[in-house]
Design a protein around this ligand. Structure first.
Ligand SMILES: [Zn+2]
Length: 133
């Protein structure tokens, strides 16, 4: 069992995701599908989301990564190749702009920014890795 939670691990997690959005996570050890499991919520009322202690685990072998994840509902305010700004709301209803690193597809982000659509972004270890809805 491998449990790591540090900066180096962020790169590992980023590499698990396939940028096309299909077949989202692949185990670096055996190539099987990996799944994200959200455990206990981490309480922090400052944030416009609820973060969870999470585990990304392989469905075949014992490889797993301990991490923190959350989803945030918002729209793309701005982005570049490395970072994205998401416009969302705090629990009290005020507008919040959050900035994260991302591994998303540039043309997809451009499309979302132009349309202003509300989407749910999956953030793992403070990095946007996938758009869910
Ligand atoms: Zn595996």
């Amino acid at each position: 069992m491998e449990m790591v939670y540090n900066k180096k691990n962020m790169d590992v997690i980023a590499n698990l995701w396939d940028r096309t959005g299909e077949n989202s996570m692949v185990c670096p050890k055996c190539g099987s599908k990996m799944i994200l499991i959200q455990l206990d919520p981490i309480q922090d009322y400052q944030n416009p989301y609820v973060a969870y202690d999470s585990i990304i685990e392989c469905t075949k072998c014992e490889y797993e990564i301990k991490t923190e994840s959350f989803t945030i509902l918002g729209s793309v305010k701005s982005f570049d190749l490395k970072e994205i700004e998401i416009a969302s709301w705090s629990p009290s209803g005020s507008r919040v702009i959050s900035c994260y690193e991302h591994i998303l597809d540039y043309s997809l982000l451009k499309k979302l920014k132009d349309s202003g659509e509300l989407k749910e972004f999956l953030v793992v270890n403070k990095q946007v890795v996938q758009i869910i809805g």
